[in-house]
Ligand binder design. Structure first.
Ligand SMILES: Nc1ncnc2c1ncn2[C@@H]1O[C@H](COP(=O)(O)OP(=O)(O)OP(=O)(O)O)[C@@H](O)[C@H]1O
Ligand SMILES: [Mg+2]
Length: 334
């Protein structure tokens, strides 16, 4: 029986699954809805259905995001979630094919955290797991041997210089779309003395945030006044939200400088002309490429399909396992 080859993005907010021969088959929140029965955790829903069910007015079950900052945060929930995702690709037959997974992970995980990801996927049904740092997958998507990749996700930003034999330099910051949402919430509290929910900050970010000084838009969102603790609403504008978010993007810029300063001169000559390549969901923030380019006086490009570049890039290795072996320093892959 032929094995099933999958790429899975181990994301804080989203899980993408790419199946060889079929393409991107799952792109859903990394979430599960759990109920407790007889002291045992039981999966009610996973992915998009879990988030939707949790929004029902009388939902009793608990919504969990089992991956935090790219690492396994809730092991049992993570097993249940990935088991359900992997189960979707298995045939209805007593004879299940072997499932082989390339897992796209953060480059900042400790060896214990890497083992946790591996164990969780094995317990979820994978027969074999290879861990691939997301910048290496993005560089493969671009077809570049050497590249400076900045993957800005929800919990983390991965910054790395890639080569055909692995990462030359890299770091992982605890800054991403979630931190941007929290910065927007803090801004609303400090300036307007109002509170907004995390999900409201997410909506504000997606509807009016832009890092281009020329852009300006506004939106009105539900809030609660801090003093009276009463329902209210506020009007937010791009300019104010941008100022609240810029310090976080400046930290990403500083980290790009730190990582690139570790790059050997011959590699720099190779990457200098093309500049840095941005991917991850938060690379969709309008103007983020121009902002970083101006700050660092270096070209910055958002990769085509920034949300899916890593899983699609990693899937290239199905056709060339020897290349993946050299990248991961594995001896048994030809
Ligand atoms: N159009 C958009 N504008 C602004 N932010 C966006 C947009 N689209 C997605 N995002 C943000 O991208 C983030 C999700 O990106 P992604 O799916 O790459 O993260 P992840 O892989 O789950 O997280 P991590 O890599 O940190 O573990 C969220 O914070 C989301 O708000
Ligand atoms: Mg990610």
């Amino acid at each position: 029986m032929k094995s099933i080859n999958l790429v899975m993005n181990i994301g804080t907010r989203n899980t993408a699954v790419y199946q060889q021969g079929k393409g991107l088959i799952i792109k859903e929140p990394s979430a599960v809805l759990i109920s407790g029965r007889n002291g045992k955790m039981v999966l009610v829903e996973s992915g998009r259905a879990a988030v939707q069910a949790a929004q029902e007015p009388h939902a009793k079950e608990q919504l969990l995001y089992p991956i935090k900052d790219g690492a396994v945060f809730h092991e049992r929930a993570a097993v249940l979630m990935y088991k359900e995702f992997i189960g979707r690709v298995l045939p209805y037959s007593p004879f299940k094919p072997r499932v082989s997974v390339i897992a796209c992970i953060s480059c900042g995980l400790t060896s214990m955290e890497r083992r946790d990801v591996e164990n969780v996927l094995i317990r979820a049904g994978a027969g074999e797991v290879k861990l691939l740092e997301s910048p290496l997958a993005a560089a493969e998507f671009l077809g570049l041997e050497h590249a400076v990749i900045v993957d800005i996700g929800a919990g983390k930003t991965e910054i790395a210089v890639t080569s055909p034999s692995g990462l030359i330099a890299g770091c992982s910051l605890n800054i991403g779309g979630d931190a941007i949402n929290r910065a927007i919430m803090d801004y609303v509290t400090d300036v307007f003395r109002q509170k907004i929910q995390f999900s409201t900050a997410e909506k504000v970010k997606r509807s009016i945030l832009s890092l281009s000084p020329a852009d300006n838009a506004s939106c009105v969102v539900a809030s609660r006044s801090i003093q009276a603790d009463a329902a209210s609403s506020i009007k937010l504008e791009t300019r104010g939200v941008r100022q609240a978010v810029e310090p976080l993007i400046d930290k990403i810029a500083e980290a790009v400088v730190a990582v690139c300063s570790q790059m050997p001169v011959n590699i720099y000559e190779d990457v200098a002309a093309s500049g840095m390549h941005l991917c991850g969901g938060s690379a969709n923030i309008p103007g983020i490429d121009r902002y970083l380019a101006e700050k660092l006086e270096w070209e910055a490009h958002v990769i085509n399909e920034p949300d899916n570049a890593c899983v699609i890039g990693a899937a290239h290795f199905f056709d060339d396992p020897g290349k993946l072996g050299r990248l991961l320093n594995l001896k048994n892959l030809r």
